[in-house]
Design a protein around this ligand. Structure first.
Ligand code: SF4
Length: 221
């Protein structure tokens, strides 16, 4: 299976009734500031370099961010913190991410999520994450990444589950790094949501240091 085939399958998915209803309702009612947008309103497929050594896993699309634009972290506050950092680190060709045709390209990096549909209150249920897990497993199979970055605890726990890694001794903390038995490095980062960036829990310096650590691991055995 190729990424093109996988993306087609993702976009057509309607497995979680609650999320299908929510993503489509939000796309229909819209936010006042985006009334002239035609919202994406579908599952959001992964995005980036199909040869990437680094896989980044977030939580799920934001209702008026990637559920509107159709690309991960595009058009919301999390993306405004994430993409400038990726640009500074050399993974992105530009700091801005506003729409699917804004010219943004990633090098050696592929970005995806634990869940592919916008959930109410940004909280997917365990069942919804389980439903979506096979898509993440297939992305991992296609990429065979050297380094995986978990943006947030939910992504971290999902990845441990996929790799059947014991949780013992693996505590989620910003910058914590683990070598998984299956091979890749797993790096933890606080999620770049406003809840973390506006409160100072995640600063620009902390985020930049984490991406530097990722770059070191890319060339490490
Ligand atoms: S969250 Fe995943 S499994 Fe559920 S409907 Fe969306 S794409 Fe399908």
């Amino acid at each position: 299976m190729s990424f093109v085939e996988l993306h087609k399958e993702v976009i057509a998915c309607r497995k979680c009734p609650r999320l299908v209803e929510w993503r489509e309702e939000v796309a229909h009612t819209k936010r006042k500031a985006y009334m002239d947008w035609e919202y994406w309103g579908k599952p959001v497929p992964g995005f980036g370099d199909p040869q990437a050594r680094v896989l980044v896993v977030g939580l799920a699309p934001g209702a008026h961010g990637s559920n509107r634009t159709g690309r991960n972290f595009t058009g919301d506050a999390s993306g405004k913190f994430l993409y400038p950092a990726l640009y500074r680190a050399g993974f992105a060709n530009q700091p801005d991410a506003t729409s699917r045709d804004d010219g943004l390209e990633l090098t050696d990096m592929y970005i995806t999520a634990s869940g592919r549909c916008a959930p109410p209150k940004n909280k997917p249920t365990a069942e919804e994450l389980n439903n979506c897990q096979p898509f993440l497993e297939r992305e991992i199979e296609l990429l065979n990444p050297k380094v995986i970055v978990a943006l947030g605890r939910i992504a971290f726990e999902r990845l441990l589950r996929i790799y059947s890694e014991p949780k013992a001794g693996k505590r989620f903390a910003h910058g914590a790094t683990f070598k998984l038995d299956a091979g890749p490095w797993l790096v933890c980062s606080y999620h770049p949501s406003q809840q973390n960036t506006l409160t100072g829990k995640l600063t620009v310096e902390m985020f930049d240091a984490m991406w530097k650590q990722v770059q070191t691991l890319m060339d490490k055995e």
